[in-house]
Design a protein around this ligand. Structure first.
Ligand code: CAO
Length: 427
């Protein structure tokens, strides 16, 4: 039995943040029923398409293990079906723009009245405050959550990161909120509201930068490269390039082949306990006792020189050769892996972190499997549903509607055409 078997989710999510959350719950065994607009479905089905007439990777990689029902919520019969679903589900998850759910008549108060055990989980861009009504996408959250101002190099503009910390990061936070509320329900018997704002989720992931903001009031941040370079700090935490977030200086260094391979680099950390080993490996044994280099504080003003010397060494070999040597001495380091290298990495395939999935209209593709491994509830990644693929099955088996009721719903246009997947034009 899967960990969340028996939990039924009304998945009213779209784009990325909400779907990542419900995909995780599906991987743990919940029955996730995705409600989509007839004709178009989740807008991502048709965005960034690579295979004509097939659901995009954007959609398939965020909606594994789910079922799909099409329902027009602007149609009274569609809303009637939705209310019936709310009565038989444990959790409703949504990430519409602020106010959309209320406009549908799906207020928390009303839902709680109709199904007191229902957990209602929402992602919004911002919590209560000046921006509560804003529509928000990934990069907006990265900027408003403190990530962009602290990412990049000191002499360059703020940068967003490729990791989708606003969308997928908030989806993860929401999933934790939902399972926590499910656990709470076992004693309270009641559902509750779970809210995650993307700004809050990003800030939570950037908490070490708020740490540094407060440290800055008591003096310069000595582990930041700019301290060693004699550049004064301003009022706010600066961008720190590739400095490590902990107290141990770290940098990304060139390896053999960097002139032509944009990913021929290694992350190297000069951790204090292995300083002696580092000196031996790079051929500077004298630095172990030289007062200018022996102690961490003495090294701080010399980090550029030190990392320059280490880089002379890393440039003599590939990132993998450097890894092999450094790991012998427990010197923390990591190769800069390209997505191509990750896709081809056999150990990630073996653990199910990278999986190959078959899809009826697009064929085989790679996806990221469940990064959370439960020993008694292993994840089997199955393909995403076609648009409306399970409409009939859900009306019949989940809602227990009879033939005549189903026929009336279909005739009203509430479910749209369910025979074939359709797409909107790519943006
Ligand atoms: N049938 C009929 N109508 C439907 C429907 C269905 N099955 N599902 C949704 N709709 C309607 C809604 O009722 C809403 O209509 P009204 O505005 O008339 O009430 C409409 O679709 C649009 O919803 P939306 O405003 O959420 O969608 P959008 O594309 O304009 O905005 C987004 C997208 C992501 C900016 C917005 O949903 C948002 O801010 N969400 C919260 C933050 C978030 O999750 N951002 C992450 C986005 S990437 O993961």
């Amino acid at each position: 039995m899967k960990a969340l078997e028996g939990v039924r989710i009304l998945d009213f999510t779209h784009v990325q943040s909400g779907p990542t959350c419900t995909q995780l719950l599906a991987w743990f065994g919940a029955d996730v029923i995705k409600v989509e607009r007839p004709g178009t479905g989740d807008i991502t089905r048709g965005q960034l398409c690579d295979v004509p007439e097939a659901d995009s990777l954007y959609f398939t990689m965020l909606n594994h293990n789910k079922r799909s029902i099409t329902l027009d919520t602007k149609n009274p019969q569609g809303m009637e079906v939705l209310w019936e679903m709310a009565k038989v589900c444990d959790v409703l998850v949504e990430n519409f723009a602020p106010g959309v759910l209320d406009r549908m008549g799906f207020s928390w108060e009303r839902l709680h009245e109709v199904n007191p055990r229902l957990i209602v989980a929402s992602v919004k861009g911002f919590g209560p405050g000046p921006y509560a009504d804003c529509k928000v996408y990934e990069n907006v959250a990265q900027c408003a959550g403190g990530s962009a101002s602290t990412t990049g190099f000191r002499d360059g503009p703020p940068l967003v990161t490729g990791a989708q910390i606003g969308d997928s990061g908030t989806g993860l936070h929401l999933a934790l909120g939902i399972v926590t509320a499910l656990f709470h329900r076992t004693t309270s018997g009641l559902g509750q509201k779970v809210d995650c704002a993307m700004q809050d989720g990003v800030l939570n992931l950037c908490r070490i930068k708020l740490r540094d903001q407060q440290r800055l009031e008591h003096g310069p941040l000595k582990e930041y490269s700019q301290f060693g370079e004699g550049i004064p700090f301003g009022k706010a935490v600066p961008r720190a390039g590739n400095d490590s977030g902990g107290g141990q200086p770290g940098r990304i260094l060139k390896c053999k082949g960097w002139e032509t391979d944009p990913d021929a680099y290694i992350y190297f950390i000069t951790q204090t306990p292995v300083w002696g080993a580092i000196c031996d490996v790079i051929g500077e044994p004298g630095w172990k006792t030289d007062p200018d280099y022996a102690k961490p504080a003495a090294r701080l003003p010399r980090l550029n020189e030190i990392f320059g010397r280490i880089e002379q060494w890393t440039m003599t070999m590939t990132k993998f050769e450097a890894m092999d040597i450094l790991n012998i001495y427990h010197i923390p380091c990591g190769p800069i892996l390209s997505m191509k290298e990750i896709a081809e990495e056999t150990s990630l395939r073996e653990t199910g972190t990278v999986v190959e999935v078959d899809h009826p209209t697009r064929g085989k593709y790679l996806s990221v499997g469940n990064p959370i491994k439960l020993s008694a509830s292993p994840t089997e990644v199955t393909r995403s549903p076609l648009l409306g693929e399970h409409t009939d099955e859900i009306l019949r088996d989940v809602l227990k509607f009879d033939d005549s009721r189903i026929a009336a719903i279909m005739a009203s246009g509430a479910t749209g055409a369910t025979e074939a997947p359709s797409r909107v034009a790519a943006e």
